[in-house]
Design a protein around this ligand. Structure first.
Ligand code: OGA
Ligand code: NI
Length: 353
């Protein structure tokens, strides 16, 4: 095959492609077919997305808390996805964060390119288009940036408001994510701090990853992000007023539509490994639309990068199971996921025990 990397070195931002007045169809480098027959009917009760009221975890009665933890078992096994409401992060802060990201993407391309950086998975920040231009077979209808916000906090220096908003937002979403890991630990019959401690989350990797999906003239012939699972433990996601996230459930793609101030929460690969496959790292993707720009912000939370992740011995013993996955250091796992070998696929096949 021709060296794709060389051909795609100078790929323009999707924002500038989408804004070109002559654009009436999807350029062939971006061609991707969505099969409408694979989509779920959102009105079918089978596809009613689970909702978790976080206030009942933090300040409900003991009965209310146990009920949620009980519900989480089924949610994490069958869905690996839910919407968290009443989580305590102010709506104004969520909106401020979206606005700050919008401010960044609205900068001229030359200014955004100051943030390009190298290819190491642990760069302080990274801006680009598509996924990985050296590997992508089809270009994606999205621009993105990622910033590492924990254990050390980094920020973009443009726009001026970014640092203050992202610091507060990162801190507050971290509290929600940690509350979720406590509840999930309990749902597994473990101590509330089990996941936090075993995964060294005091030094856990947290990113702020923003996606920009401009309107697309033929949304069924392009893709924002193709199907994938996230590599960490749990990802929180917010968006502006446009939908586009789809999760795989019972063999269908379901468009997530939920309360505007909720967090979309998906379990990720390290959670599946830790629970020996009991809990599911949900397959998901981002579709595009022809009406308005969609911005989403994913906040993945993971173990510390030097943690070795393997099925929890306490769980294996309790369930009388053999480990399904071999142990691997988190940083190596991320590198494996982002290497060409697993292009946009699940990495699990490589770590089966
Ligand atoms: C991601 C992701 C989905 C979306 O950034 O990993 O899955 O809706 N994003 O933007
Ligand atoms: Ni994702």
């Amino acid at each position: 095959m021709a060296p794709v990397a060389a051909q795609t070195m100078d790929v323009k931002s999707i924002k500038s492609v989408a804004e070109s007045p002559a654009l009436s169809s999807v350029p062939s480098a971006y061609a991707f077919n969505i099969n409408p027959n694979d989509e779920a009917d959102p009105n079918d009760p089978e596809f009613a997305i689970p909702i978790v009221d976080m206030s009942l975890l933090t300040s409900g009665s003991p009965d209310q808390r146990s009920k949620i933890i009980h519900d989480l078992v089924k949610i994490c096994k069958e869905w690996g996805f839910f919407i968290a409401i009443n989580h305590g992060v102010p709506e104004s802060l969520m909106k401020g964060m979206i606005d700050a990201c919008h401010g960044f993407f609205s900068l001229p391309d030359e200014e955004k390119e100051e943030f390009k950086s190298g290819n190491d998975v642990l760069e302080m920040f990274k801006y680009g288009t598509s996924y990985n231009l050296a590997l992508d077979k089809v270009l994606l209808w999205r621009d993105f940036f990622k910033v590492r916000v924990h254990p050390e906090f980094y920020s973009l220096y443009k726009p001026a408001c970014f640092s203050e908003v992202s610091m507060e937002f990162s801190k507050r979403t971290r509290e929600v994510a940690l509350e979720i890991t406590r509840a999930i630990s309990e749902s597994l019959g473990l101590e509330p701090n089990y996941i936090h401690d075993a995964m060294n989350m005091d030094r856990g990797l947290q990113m702020l990853a923003a996606n920009y999906y401009p309107p697309c003239p033929q949304p069924e012939h392009a893709i924002g992000i193709p199907h994938h699972t996230d590599h960490g433990l749990v990802t929180l996601l917010i968006q502006n007023e446009m939908n586009g996230l789809q999760v795989e459930h019972n063999g269908k793609w379901l468009t997530v539509n939920g309360p505007a101030n909720g967090f979309f929460v998906n379990l990720a690969d390290q959670m599946q490994i830790l629970t020996n496959g009991k809990y599911k790292s949900v397959m998901h993707r981002a579709t595009v639309n022809n009406k308005a720009t969609r911005i989403s912000i994913a906040i993945p939370h993971g173990p510390s990068v030097d943690t070795l992740i393997a099925p929890a011995p306490e769980l294996l013993e309790k369930e009388g199971q053999a480990p399904k996955y071999i142990g691997m250091n988190y940083k190596e796992y991320i590198q494996l996921q982002q290497s060409g070998k697993n292009y946009m696929k699940s990495t699990f096949d490589h770590i089966l025990a």
